[in-house]
Design a protein around this ligand. Sequence first.
Ligand SMILES: NC(=O)c1ccc[n+]([C@@H]2O[C@H](COP(=O)([O-])OP(=O)(O)OC[C@H]3O[C@@H](n4cnc5c(N)ncnc54)[C@H](OP(=O)(O)O)[C@@H]3O)[C@@H](O)[C@H]2O)c1
Length: 199
Amino acid sequence: MNYSIIGFGEVGQALARAFARKGIQVTVASRRPPDALAPQAQAIGETVIPKALQEALQVDVIILAVPFREHPAVAKALAHWQGKTVIDATNAYGVPVEELGGMPSSSVIAKAFSGAKFVKGFNHLPAGLLAADPNVEGGRRVVFLASDDDSAVPPVAALAEHLGFASVWLGKLAEGGALVQARGRSWAPLIFQNLVKPD
Ligand SMILES: NC(=O)c1ccc[n+]([C@@H]2O[C@H](COP(=O)([O-])OP(=O)(O)OC[C@H]3O[C@@H](n4cnc5c(N)ncnc54)[C@H](OP(=O)(O)O)[C@@H]3O)[C@@H](O)[C@H]2O)c1
């Protein structure tokens, strides 16, 4: 498996730190050229490799860490998403529910990435906590996963565990996923829950 993080702001850099901590290579990209991302990537770790967006999308697993309204721009960067896994780390706080057609925000994004194996995850922790070592208090910090495709979840759960997190599979996007979403002016109950699973 190879990995990219699209979006290299607070969440993208936090996730890059998690990869670097474990020495796992990860490509990072944004709208800016790789040279512009290089100093920050190098500061995080030598396994964090900036590339142009198109090149960064030539991997198996893509973590989406862009503002919600930017997801269509990323989705249209590839002709199709078959064979890819997309992990949606975005939130849609401030995006009116009407703009989402009343759907969970991740269902809107899943539609744009049609053909991909799509999993919502890594979106519920503030970037500072996501960046920190998940081995805390004698346990592992929890990340929640949700997907409409049951077969998509185990590899993402394995990645989360490999990064040092405890993964909790919540079910479908509109069910468990709805417990970890932000949209309109509301935060669902599991957003920001800093849970640690004892080892
Ligand atoms: N901040 C948090 O604590 C937190 C926690 C959980 C989830 N989230 C969610 O995670 C997402 C990212 O949040 P953030 O706080 O990391 O935002 P941010 O700091 O503003 O970073 C956004 C990143 O996305 C890149 N970007 C924007 N449009 C792009 C496009 N079309 N193609 C490629 N890259 C693009 C930006 O870089 P360029 O300008 O160079 O393109 C930037 O690196 C949001 O959906 C947010 O709701 C945030």
